[in-house]
Write a protein that binds this ligand. Structure first.
Ligand SMILES: [Zn+2]
Length: 428
């Protein structure tokens, strides 16, 4: 993931203080269409040639646009082509976890340049803000390029109209105005996004979802969440909570879920559920306690031990994993039937667990999916590992930043909502 930074990139002029909407239109055109001549730009924006020319010169002088050679013409002088200069500034993508933050610095097309890991001693928002402040100072020092903003992937539900983290169970946050707090502390553009949505986009652009406009990304951890990409764009739902597949009912009279209902996927197949199921087998004398544990404290306590038991080939743990995989496979079949995706990308526990787990998921998905959408679907493992969320969060920030309807440069320091077109930054 790490790539040395070209020192030439350190040379950058100051960005125009408050560019007009026409400048954003020209920039957006170059982001989405690739290299164009001044005449092409004038034609496609309906600006006069003189205005388009002046805007191009201005953007070139600010290093946002650069010359890339000559175009073709059947007769006459060949025109100079211009393209968006992705190296003229940087963005920061963050994933907030329970005990740490993952961060990625990217170019303006979300190409990752360098990764960081920051410990979070506790789950408080104050601790997170202090860590981000330190990170931003480090990044500014290391890159000496303008930082256009920060995209933040959170393990929770974000309500865009209210600009509020409604609920982040695992961080114990409710009703947190995270965007406002970050903006006030760091004086930067902010984009907040649910973690699974961010990872879905990260995988689409730079991972296992490349070249795929219809995909489902599923993260399997202490929660089970999906990010849905439909027709190239994230599908948010009406209040930002699409993809909460952890609460899909799989067994109507099954175990009670954290949400209070019964038989949700999360209550059957999350890491917490897998550990609980294994411990129940130990208590019932149907499984051996975890090695090194006394009889009195025989129970597993978390994901690390779960994986250790699975990798040691513990037959009871492999059985529990196959059972959980079957439940997840049923959910995958339902998603395949509803969305007809080209790819289902699985991340989290499935990347580290023995292959029995993935095999069980695939078997159940095939058994339960309707034949026609099943034929189109491919089930694969996520590619970006630890950085998927941070890259996706940065990409969303950049899409909003470069989207002319948002006119985000003049809306500096405001939040960006899901109305932006996420494909703009990196689909070129
Ligand atoms: Zn539930």
């Amino acid at each position: 993931m790490e790539r040395p930074v070209n020192s030439a990139r350190r040379m950058v002029g100051a960005r125009p203080a408050n560019p007009a909407p026409n400048q954003m239109r020209v920039l957006h055109l170059l982001v989405t269409r690739g290299a164009l001549s001044r005449a092409d730009i004038a034609r496609q924006t309906s600006l006069t040639k003189a205005t388009a020319s002046r805007i191009i010169s201005d953007l070139v002088s600010h290093n946002l646009v650069r010359e890339v050679g000559l175009g073709r013409l059947s007769r006459g002088r060949r025109p100079i082509l211009y393209e968006f200069n992705t190296s003229s500034a940087i963005a920061l993508g963050i994933e907030v976890r329970q005990k740490e933050c993952r961060a990625v610095v990217t170019e303006l097309d979300a190409t990752p340049l360098r990764s960081y890991q920051l410990p979070l001693p506790d789950k408080s928002v104050t601790t997170l803000l202090a860590a981000l402040e330190k990170l931003v100072a480090t990044v500014r020092q290391e890159f000496a390029l303008e930082l256009v903003g920060i995209g933040v992937g959170i393990p929770g539900i974000y309500d865009y109209p209210r600009q509020m983290v409604v609920l982040a169970e695992h961080l114990e946050w409710t009703q947190v105005e995270l965007a406002r707090l970050i903006r006030e502390r760091l004086n930067l553009n902010v984009y907040i996004v649910n973690r699974a949505n961010a990872a879905a986009l990260g995988e689409k652009w730079y991972g296992a979802g490349r070249g795929c406009d219809d995909l489902v990304f599923i993260n399997i951890g202490s929660g089970i969440k999906a990010g849905l990409v439909v027709g190239g764009n994230l599908f948010w739902g009406s209040n930002g909570s699409a993809g909460e597949i952890g609460h899909m009912t799989i067994v109507p009279d099954g175990p009670v879920c954290v949400c209070g209902k019964r038989g949700c996927l999360e209550a059957l197949a999350s890491t917490t559920a897998i550990v609980a199921r294994f411990n129940a087998l130990v208590r019932a004398g149907k499984a051996q306690p975890f090695p090194g544990r006394s009889e009195a404290a025989a129970e597993l306590v978390g994901r690390e031990e779960l994986l250790a038991a699975a990798q040691a080939g513990d037959p009871a743990m492999l059985g529990v994993l196959r059972e959980a995989g079957t439940y997840i496979g049923i959910a995958v079949a339902n998603l395949i039937n509803i969305f007809n995706p080209k790819r289902v990308i699985l991340g989290g526990l499935v990347s580290q667990a023995p292959p029995d787990f993935l095999d069980a998921i695939k078997r159940a998905a095939e058994l339960h999916a309707f034949a026609i959408p099943w034929q189109a679907a491919e089930i694969v493992l996520a590619d970006l590992g630890q950085d998927a969320v941070a890259i996706g969060a940065a990409a969303l920030l950049l899409s909003a930043y470069l989207e002319p309807s948002n006119n985000t440069l003049s809306l500096a320091l405001s939040d960006f909502g899901p109305a932006s077109q996420p494909q703009t930054a990196a689909s070129r």
